[in-house]
Design a protein around this ligand. Structure first.
Ligand code: C2E
Ligand code: CA
Ligand code: CA
Ligand code: CA
Length: 274
């Protein structure tokens, strides 16, 4: 039975028709999961590189499936992203996060948004409504969009992102370095943070190219007045390089994995008490 369950997610197995059927099945299951509250949120600390104090949390989705247990986004996000569910999914996560984040006072909350919600400018309405309904301070909200999403952004998107900026919402460019976003793209949009993809951080200090890229991106960011965050920081050695390059923020297992809300709040409280 377990093998059958896991098979639901193996979308690219031989047999197009089979794959289509499975995809539709998972799509329906995911839609129901939203209704049943099976989509849970975990919070990963983002720290200041110098002080190692928490400056924010990134919100990451988890699917607590009644039979298969906890499922990671790598398995279900592709399904959400290729369907009409995506708008609903992002809105769900955003609203829940803004409500739950009352337990995380005084720090930034970073929420991921998929490319689909960027394309038609829907992102502005989604975010503005969620802020209005929850009363969350816009200045504490940061939206993370991937480098590839911004590459196919059109005029509507740019206008929507500018309206968000005008509200005080910050914008981070996620997975930076994995696509082909150039300086031009970065400057055209109201980006306030670059998140260097973890694939570069992984090889910091061991691979000359990766180190050179990170150093370059940090320098680029600094000259544009954009905050630099490194994701996937797992070792002291990597942190040492980031400090030397002048990156401002870091996130990764070295500090904490994505945590349940209660654990994230406790970690923040310990810090604020100290
Ligand atoms: P991402 O936005 O790049 O998130 C960072 C991923 O790196 C997360 O994986 C996180 O758990 C993982 N990570 C954190 N620290 C480390 C580390 O030190 N080492 C390594 N190797 N990995 C680390 P996760 O939670 O599995 O999420 C995967 C991706 O799914 C995210 O990548 C994001 O693109 C997407 N995603 C997750 N939640 C949401 C959501 O609510 N909405 C949208 N649109 N996308 C989401
Ligand atoms: Ca992210
Ligand atoms: Ca990322
Ligand atoms: Ca990523």
């Amino acid at each position: 039975a377990k093998a059958d369950g896991a098979g639901l997610f193996r979308l690219f197995e031989p047999g197009f028709e089979q794959a289509q059927i499975r995809r539709r099945h998972v799509e329906a299951e995911l839609a129901a999961a939203l209704d049943k509250g099976e989509i849970k949120l975990v919070y990963q600390p983002q720290v200041d590189v110098e002080s190692e104090r928490i400056v924010g949390f990134e919100v990451l989705a988890r699917w607590d499936h009644p039979i298969r247990g906890r499922i990671l986004p790598g398995e279900f996000m592709p399904v959400a992203e290729s369907s009409r569910l995506m708008g609903r999914f992002d809105t769900y996560v955003l609203r829940l996060a803004l409500v739950e984040a009352r337990a995380l006072p005084g720090v930034t909350l970073s929420v991921n948004m998929s490319a689909l919600n960027l394309r038609n400018g829907a992102i502005f309405q989604t975010v503005a409504e969620a802020l209005a309904e929850t009363g969350f301070d816009p200045a504490r909200l940061e939206i993370e969009i991937t480098e590839s999403a911004i590459l196919d952004a059109a005029g509507d998107t740019q206008a929507a992102l500018e309206k968000l900026r005008d509200m005080g919402v910050r914008l981070a460019l996620d997975d930076f370095g994995t696509g082909h976003a150039s300086l031009v793209h970065v400057r055209r949009f109201p980006i306030t943070k670059l998140k260097i993809d973890k694939s570069f951080i992984l090889n910091l200090g061991t691979d000359r190219d990766a180190s050179a890229i990170v150093e370059y991106v940090v320098r680029l960011g600094r000259s544009l007045g954009i905050t630099l965050t490194a994701e996937g920081v797992e070792t002291r050695e990597q942190l040492r390089f980031l400090r030397a390059f002048g990156a401002q923020q870091a996130q990764g297992y070295l500090f904490a994995p994505p945590l349940p809300l209660v654990a994230a709040a406790a970690m923040l409280e310990r810090q604020q008490a100290a």
